[in-house]
Design a protein around this ligand. Sequence first.
Ligand SMILES: Nc1ncnc2c1ncn2[C@@H]1O[C@H](COP(=O)(O)OP(=O)(O)OP(=O)(O)O)[C@@H](O)[C@H]1O
Length: 738
Amino acid sequence: MNASPRDDRTGDDMGELVPFPCPSTAPASSTGTTLIASANEFDTSGPVVGAELLTDVEQHQRVNAHRWTELVAAIVPARWQNRDHHNHVRAELVLRAVRVPLRYPVAVARGSVTAARAWWAWVSVRDFYDAAKQAQQLAQRFQDIQRYRVRRRWSTLGVLVVGGAGLLVTGMVVGPIVWWATAAPVSVALAVAGRRKDGSPGRKNVFPGTRTLAWTINGDVLVEAFQAAKVIGPKDGLAFFLRPRRDGDGWAVIIDLPAGRKASSAIAARESLASALGVDETQLILERVRGTGGHAGRVAVWVADTDPLAQPPLRSYLEDLPGLSIWDGVTIGATARGKVVTVAFCWTAWLIAGLPRYGKSNLLRLFLVAACLDPHTRIYAVDLKDGADFNPLRPVAHRLLIASAEGAETEETLLRLLALLIELESEVLDRYKRFKDMPEADVPEGKITRDLVAAGMPWLVLAIDECQLAFEELGSDTKQVKDLRRVIVDKVSWLVRKGPAAGATVLLATQKPDRGAIPTRLRDNISSRAALRLPTQQSNDMALGTGKGAAGVDATKFTERHRGAAWLLADDLSGVGASEGVIIRAAKLDLAPTRAAAEAGRERRVALGLLTGDAAGHHPPAPVEGATLTELVAASGAGAEPVDAESVESVESEAARPMPEVLELLADVLGEDETGIVATADLAQRIGWDPKALGEALRRLDIPAPRPPRQRIGGSKHPVSAQSIDAIIAAIVEHDGK
Ligand SMILES: Nc1ncnc2c1ncn2[C@@H]1O[C@H](COP(=O)(O)OP(=O)(O)OP(=O)(O)O)[C@@H](O)[C@H]1O
């Protein structure tokens, strides 16, 4: 279990699972320089059996020696840098040699055509003809052109006759060896002329090929690529912080950009850089090097030999049913370079978005299986798409709600979901009350602690698959269903905000991360995001955050071969840069291991007396009654807080008020650096509202209009109604902070 995903790969079969390391073997690192460490370097298995005491001088000498070895390794030709690569090159050469008899005649034929074309262009004086035509002097020059043509035809004939006769005579005197001796170099010349060059149609770009070797040795190609992608200026150069070297199944280098150039710009220009380097963008991984070893202009570049995301699925260590605590995070997969990715489970909420059939439910299941295996969790699992994904969780789930075959939109399902949320909410509220009565030493930060969880206050896990089916209002909804959805969104938003401190994590998965499906007041509070393949830039920005697509964090670039590949923005426990955005391959966890984990989780809970809810045969809460719903709707209108929320406020000072819709919409369209005034009509158009309605809504919220309220904007002939962007942003910030 301790080997890297690549090392353990046993075949090319896409269906075969590739093991990947247990998180305990992946030491967290705070320095950015670990970015260049390969997955192999995470293998820290086995006990420490010996140690060496070094003086400062000895240590200095060793560091120097290591640096020199790296330098030498980096400047020697690629094929000598490591044995694997050597073998790879040898195999490639043998393959080429075997193909020669087939390719040579084709190349000679292509070269003959090329040569014939070149001869024809020369004999018909094409260049002179074209130049004269362009200068509109064809009539004056025609005589000259004709003279050249005749001369060149005679020259050709002369060469053919003299050459042919010469060959014939010497052949008859010396023997046919002369003909072979002439034909051989001519055919080689034709084959060279007719060879398919890198980049020609149909030609596979072999990486590492000639280009890679070139930049391995002097880096010129990299500099040209960065210049071509406009990441650096045409006269700028690059400094190698770490010289190019083989790393896993690709090439790694760490570059310092010229002063003033940002690593984030290089990351945003990934596609252009990939084009300049002649590789698919999935093969090019760019990461900022942060921490003590990094700075804002330092980029770690890794160019994979093949698409690292279209590989056999990774096997999850969770299949081995390890004992674990979700406090240590969950290992959900590996980066494109094969480094283990462990992310935070506690103190956050998760939004997983992606097109159908790209692995959302699988990713969600990884979290749920980790929760199953930790007996100190209480699972509330909701599958709104009537699938089989959550069925295996039945032995362990405190509550399991699977939408009926008629679909999640049925009022019955929504009422059951609401009952489940109310149960969860009252547990959270109860905990806040209990914290208040506890000695400060037990709740030093007024929040749940690991000790409290171990002492019988399990971590609450709410997972909703296809959550948009509960949140999004449909045209066919009755008023009651609309109210129901609004209350559900309020309750989930409240849990996202207030849950973590009381020990609750909300996990949402959706194929539709837009505003209707996940309202802004809910989405903005979700700090951990994962986006599998998405269809549009808009959905990408909704799933990962405004402006992320432009910054290169772009899940629309995944293709149909990239199931389980995702952009991740989350609290990173394994030092892979997930907090900045990193591409991962999620491990694959099927239903059978999920069931096994649920059974194991059940046994562990039974042993500790922690089996509760549906799994323990206790009745689920009854669906919410109409009268209760009416009360909840009224409370929701008053501010979306649970009825006895004061207890929370006494522990946490934050008060929650849902953001008015108009501010939600404006928050989505206003850029962070926008300021000044804007025409009401322009602003209204950006959110798809009527200008009058917008003006009215802003007035109702007491957002001050600029003085005077009508001004000439953008060269308009007459003064038009205007709004102050600063005042609107201040109102949004004020609401966000509450
Ligand atoms: N991490 C992964 N690695 C490789 N293949 C995966 C991975 N995750 C999912 N898949 C493949 O993608 C398919 C769809 O997975 P999953 O059901 O999780 O997707 P989904 O996005 O939830 O789909 P839907 O929206 O239809 O529920 C699976 O059958 C599996 O073959």
